[in-house]
Write a protein that binds this ligand. Structure first.
Ligand code: NAD
Length: 445
């Protein structure tokens, strides 16, 4: 649905109001266009840790122009700082020295990334303290950067240096338009290995991706983006959505399965279908979800049970069945769709928030168990413009839209691009993460 306020602030009178009343000023976020270069500008690389030497080559391999010297009068589209060399609190001043002078020289929608060492993998208490401090720095910089800029912290476990490529490709490009203030871990659980990507335009060529709730909203965009990246998509949705689902899958040259994921035999039917028809599955996205909001005091049992059944029990059962049957191929991907409600809680959503926190629990429970390069991660969307959020009352909707560092709602494609990054074959060392796609919402962490 359209954001009328965002249109208004672009008008001459709107600009006057914003300036004089200090109103939120959402900029139009840049989003990735198929076939365009990942970064439309130059990225400045700084820092002197264990990643610094290889960064220019990684960016070059992605077709991203970078420099380690800044020029008078030039502006920049991205900044990457290797902070793994920071081993004490007094070293933290290097962040201020690098970022401070460059903050006024950023292009619109600039992408900023700090690379650090997972605090629990450091060599000394002083280093652990300093690395932990990076989190406060990046989260605050995300809130003050403005003009559509995003700031992330990526903790790279020692040994996983070669595995940063797919994550930098995502975080430095407009694919991460609505992701900011996040802490991402590479190599913290599972493997620290890197898998090289043959074709960055179609990284999922030859892969099979199953997406539940694919007929509309966020699920439809996930299907579209995974298809763009080369995957054959199997869309799953309820029989009532069959015609939309079939139409979309026809357009994407995909396959479909109409069933209720809470059905007793749904996991077996899905496993049977992917094995018999496709020889297995590479990417499983548990997107289907419902809300049945009511304060707990007024909540009937069926509102509670249906939300838990669709959002949590079904992903649990389907994942277990696919794993037990060996239907997920090596280097496969399992992706959950949580919600910021599952992190911060939300009035009237005890059922929904419990189900979405449970999705995060599913990631935690599985991350250490998976083998053969299979990963499990989740996205936690904030306010995304869909039919689900269009139904929210006006005042609540405006609060959801504006209470984030970007002063606007996200688009379904923002969630889809984040899932495509997890799905990328180069993201084998990205395991056990929960990344919020929320424009750095003020609710929760
Ligand atoms: P939506 O209602 O537009 O789409 C959900 C899809 O899931 C529909 O196609 C529906 O038919 C399908 N579905 C529901 N129950 C099913 C079942 N039992 N079996 C098979 N399919 C079923 O919702 P959306 O806004 O696109 O949300 C997609 C996901 O993102 C959900 O998990 C939702 O909780 C999550 N999410 C959305 C937002 C947001 O702002 N829109 C925020 C946070 C999280």
């Amino acid at each position: 649905m359209s954001d009328k306020y965002q249109g208004f602030v672009q008008s001459p009178i709107g600009k006057l109001f914003v300036k004089n009343l200090g109103l939120p000023n959402p900029v139009e976020l840049e989003r990735y266009v198929e076939g365009a270069p990942l970064v439309d500008g130059t990225v400045v690389v700084g820092g002197d840790g264990r990643l610094a030497d290889g960064l220019a080559a990684v960016l070059d391999g992605l077709g991203i122009a970078s420099t380690d010297t800044t020029e008078e009068g030039a502006s920049y589209k991205g900044l990457v700082f290797d902070a793994t060399g920071i081993t004490s609190s007094s070293d933290l001043v290097r962040l201020q020295e690098f970022f401070g002078p460059l903050m006024r020289r950023l292009d619109t929608c600039a992408r900023l990334v700090v690379l650090g060492t997972e605090p629990s993998a450091t060599d000394s208490p002083a280093e652990r303290v300093a690395q932990r401090a990076l989190e406060g720095f990046t989260r605050s910089l995300g809130k003050e950067a403005g003009r559509g800029a995003a700031v992330q912290l990526v903790y790279v476990t020692p040994g996983a240096e070669a595995a940063v490529e797919s994550t930098l490709a995502f975080l430095l490009s407009p694919k991460s338009a609505y992701v900011s203030g996040q802490v991402i871990r590479i190599g913290a659980t599972g493997t620290t290995d890197a898998v090289s990507v043959q074709d960055w335009e179609r990284p999922l060529a030859g892969k099979i991706a199953l997406v539940t709730g694919a007929s509309r909203g966020i699920g439809e965009q996930i299907a579209r983006v995974l298809h763009r990246d080369g995957a054959t998509v199997i869309g799953v949705d309820v029989p009532q959505a069959a015609s939309e689902l079939q139409g979309l899958m026809k357009e994407l040259n995909g396959d479909f399965l109409t069933l209720d994921i809470t059905g007793k035999d749904a996991p077996q039917r899905i496993a049977h279908h992917v094995k018999e028809k496709h020889g297995g599955v590479d990417v499983v996205v548990h997107n289907a979800g419902i809300t049945r909001d009511k304060k707990l005091a007024n909540m009937a049992e069926d509102r509670w049970s249906s939300v838990i059944a669709v959002n949590l029990t079904a992903p649990e059962r389907i994942t277990r069945e696919l794993l037990d049957q060996g239907a997920i191929n090596d280097n496969g991907r399992i992706v959950g769709v949580a919600s910021i409600a599952g992190i911060a809680g939300n009035l009237g959503q005890t059922n929904y928030a419990a189900s979405k926190a449970g999705v995060i629990g599913l990631v935690d429970a599985l991350a250490g168990e998976l083998t053969d390069g299979i990963t499990v991660n989740a996205v936690a969307p904030g306010f995304i413009e869909t039919k689900m959020t269009a139904a929210v009352p006006f005042a609540t909707r405006e609060v959801g839209r504006r209470l984030n560092a970007m002063s606007q709602g996200g688009q379904p494609v923002d969630v889809a691009e984040t899932i495509a990054w997890y799905a990328n074959p180069g993201s084998t060392a990205v395991n056990g993460n929960v990344v919020r796609v929320c424009g750095q919402m003020m609710l929760g962490a």
